[in-house]
Design a binder for this molecule. Structure first.
Ligand code: KG4
Ligand code: ZN
Length: 337
């Protein structure tokens, strides 16, 4: 028999949980045909943080151009798509609603199934992008502007939450401390650049909850306050030393709880995603942990650490498990534990 090779399976994924509007076309075998992201950094910069109402309105303006660009760059027609996927939790409610309404309209107009995805799980699934080797089962950490979560993952959509932050997320702490140091928004990358020229041992900032071996939770608000007090006591402090010492404290907390989770679960793989996973000091500490414990550390490719829609490829796992969403499905904002 002759014939055409089977057509590549393709889906469209949308992301709008916070302040990035994104769309991607991804194939079942991990090919990213397009990944388009519109950031809103300049809209939120004057507030040194994301303003939910502004974010939702900007998603409304950005979605159609982002969607059009994602389809054009992929060269794919809607008729070739198998499904429309969208992140429905957790995140800012207004932002999530714009994404879900857009995805529902497309699914209805194109007569495709809708797939609802969890943004945190998608951040971890980013570790599978551009990688051939298996990622799951694994201990997984999402460390971003809104979340600091540890999971035990038996499979890509089979998870138990081990712990999470009880106050600020690690990325939020980076952003707040960066603002104290008069760095531009979003502060994480700027603080990391400043820290590269500082001494991480110059100040001994607290490592909250690190010594507590009974829980996998994190707390960064006391650390943030310690930096504030240090700057008040010593207004002429070397800012690079402050940045490096703060970053070292965050990295110690993150690594310590990963190590605890690996010990308790007995897993030999650690998957890490989310915006703060782009941080070089953290990535280096993870590499050292891998060598020290003889485990495999899988970090999402840098471009897929911060919010994007390509990580919505996790929708394939739901689709293949028959897990599609109804057009009546809703969003879940805030923190989902
Ligand atoms: O994953 P993401 O794009 O959005 C959320 O889901 O929250 O993460 C954004 C966060 C911001 O707090 C940003 O400052 C932080 O990730 N971030 C970094 C770095 N790059 C981004 N933090 C530290 N070092 C970096 N290189
Ligand atoms: Zn995120």
């Amino acid at each position: 028999m002759t014939g055409q090779p089977p057509a590549e399976r393709l889906l469209l994924a949308l992301e709008s949980t916070c302040d990035e509007t994104a769309a991607a076309v991804v194939s079942r075998d991990g090919r990213i045909l397009s990944s388009v992201i519109a950031t809103q950094d300049d809209l939120h910069a004057e507030f040194s943080g994301v303003v939910p109402e502004i974010a939702a309105r900007a998603h409304l303006e950005n979605f159609l151009p982002v969607l059009r660009a994602a389809l054009e760059r992929s060269g794919v027609q809607p008729s070739q798509l198998e499904a429309v996927a969208v992140a429905t939790q957790p995140g800012l409610v207004g932002s999530l609603l714009v994404g879900l309404a857009t995805a529902k309209a497309l699914a209805l107009a194109w007569d495709k199934p809708l797939v609802a995805i969890d943004h945190l799980h998608a951040h971890i699934y980013a570790c599978t992008l551009e990688r051939q080797s298996p990622v799951f089962p694994a201990v997984a950490m999402v460390v971003s502007g809104g979340h600091t979560h540890l999971f035990d993952c038996r499979g890509p959509i089979d998870w138990t939450t081990l712990g999470c932050t009880i106050d600020d997320a690690a990325g939020e702490a980076f952003d707040k401390v960066a603002a104290m140091l008069d760095l531009p928004f979003p502060g994480g990358p700027a603080l990391a650049r400043l820290a590269a020229g500082g001494d991480p041992a110059a100040y001994k900032f607290p490592r909250p909850l690190l010594a507590d071996r009974q829980r996998f939770d994190f707390s960064f608000s006391g650390l943030k306050t310690a930096v504030r007090y240090q700057l008040q006591r010593e207004p002429d402090a070397d800012r690079a030393d402050i940045a490096a010492s703060f970053q070292a404290a965050v990295v110690d907390c993150l690594i310590g709880k990963c190590e605890l989770a690996l010990a308790v679960t007995g897993r030999d793989r650690l998957a890490v995603g989310g915006g703060v996973a782009a941080n070089m000091a953290f990535r280096e500490a993870l590499e050292h942990l891998a060598v020290r414990l003889g485990i495999e550390v899988l970090i999402a490719p840098k471009v897929y650490c911060t919010d994007n829609a390509a990580m919505g490829a996790i929708a394939w796992e739901h689709l293949d498990a028959g897990d599609t969403a109804s057009l009546a499905c809703e969003v879940t904002g805030g923190l989902v534990r």
